[in-house]
Design a protein around this ligand. Structure first.
Ligand code: FNR
Length: 377
């Protein structure tokens, strides 16, 4: 299949992946209301077409936490990236590095931090989930700092995993899951060779010290449920703040009061996010929650956003609604599943071009000029 637009990667990924992996990536929580609204609310914002503004020297660059970015976009943390292409996190980190945008490594990635740094030549941003074993958490933080990571994304919207029915239907979890996954893998030969055979080991690199050898797909879902800490509370932010000297970015804020608390407790940034509609179904879309949050805290910390971003117009809209930078989630993994590093490179080039054209036609010469004036009501 020929990929001509960023959205085409989704269908290309669907054709290549075993169903359980496509559905794990594509699906959301409950009835998937929030998942749908993330995209429709964002795309529903109309952009003001402005004319006769000299846009010959348009500039997409920005700076986040002292790091220069080619455009206000980054690859957000997605667990199990290495199940979507062979050693997938390394491939994605390389594509991000070449495009001049950050890559954020998930706690529950297949490739561990050291493998990603060795393969991409640069320390990524690191995403942290709070797990019950605080000793291990301290080791993880120390390791990330020693490896050169300076930006920590602390995800707070998953005290318990959301209720995701698609995973039960497709064999990611539920009865006879392992047998169903094997049957699906047999009908996806491209994936089976690239990832199933040549992409081993299929274990969670960052968690290897606590998971040991028992880290297959079945263990993954069980481990999430058993080890994520439902007791996580604001005091944990204090605990992490005291242990992390770099930039601390709280991911999963959807309410102005929580954004305010993050600012008071010394966070450097927040990511306005509903986890791509995978946690609380019925929660507002990011696009609808973002303006009030930005109004409350943008002068005290850096506001980033994700959920529902699929193309360059969406990036422009999120910035216009108050974000200083945007994280891609599913979008980059569809591209990774389709074409590995080259797929992610192609996606980022498409997004960069579309963002530049969108800004030009809105009369915005720099990303700083993408504010609410760009939106047509
Ligand atoms: C995620 N997300 C996520 N977030 C995080 O902090 N740590 C993680 O390990 C994961 N894992 C994960 C797996 C999969 C398959 C998806 C789709 C998402 C959430 C992710 O960072 C981001 O918030 C959403 O993906 C944004 O929504 P869109 O852009 O995918 O609509």
């Amino acid at each position: 299949m020929i990929v001509s637009s960023p959205e085409d990667f989704r269908e290309a990924a669907r054709r290549r992946l075993p169903r359980f992996l496509f559905d794990y990536l594509d699906g959301g929580a409950g009835g998937e209301e929030t998942l749908r609204r993330n995209q429709t609310d964002l795309a529903g914002h109309r952009l003001r077409q402005r004319v006769l503004v000299d846009v010959s020297g348009i500039d997409l660059r920005t700076t986040l936490f002292g790091q220069d970015l080619a455009m206000p976009v980054m690859l957000g943390p997605v667990g199990l990236g290495g199940m979507y292409a062979r050693r997938g996190e390394v491939q994605a980190a390389r594509a991000a590095g070449a495009a001049g945008v950050p890559f954020c490594l998930s706690t529950v990635a297949l490739c561990g931090l050291d493998e990603v740094i060795a393969g991409s030549g640069a320390p990524p941003w690191f995403q942290l989930y709070v797990i019950k074993d605080r000793g291990f958490l301290t080791d993880l933080l120390d390791h990330a700092w020693a490896a050169g990571c300076r930006n920590l994304v602390f995800t707070v919207d998953m005290p318990v995993p959301g209720v995701r029915y698609r995973d039960r239907r497709s064999g990611m979890s539920g009865p006879f899951a392992a047998a169903r996954r094997l049957a699906q893998a047999c009908t996806s030969p491209g994936w089976a060779i690239d990832v199933g055979l040549l992409g081993r080991p299929h274990r969670l690199g960052n968690l290897a010290p606590v998971l040991g050898r028992a880290s297959g797909m079945n263990d993954y879902m069980g481990w999430l449920g058993a080890n994520f800490d439902p007791a996580i509370a604001w005091r944990d932010l204090d605990w992490i703040r005291a242990r992390w000297p770099g930039a601390l970015v709280i991911k999963g804020i959807l309410d102005p009061d929580d954004a305010d608390a993050a600012a008071r407790l010394g966070a450097d940034g927040i990511i306005v996010s509903n986890h791509g509609g995978r946690q609380l179904d019925g929660a507002p879309s990011t696009a609808s929650a973002l303006p009030a949050i930005a109004d409350r805290v943008a002068e005290r910390l850096t506001v980033l956003a994700d959920s529902g971003v699929r193309n360059g117009r969406d990036v422009a809209r999120m910035l216009a609604l108050g974000a200083k930078g945007v994280l891609l989630g599913r979008a980059w993994v569809y591209a990774l599943a389709t074409g590995g590093e080259a797929g992610v490179t192609q996606l980022l080039a498409m997004i960069e071009r579309e963002l530049a054209v969108t800004m030009s036609l809105c009369g915005a010469r720099s990303v700083a000029q993408l504010n609410r004036d760009v939106l047509a009501g």
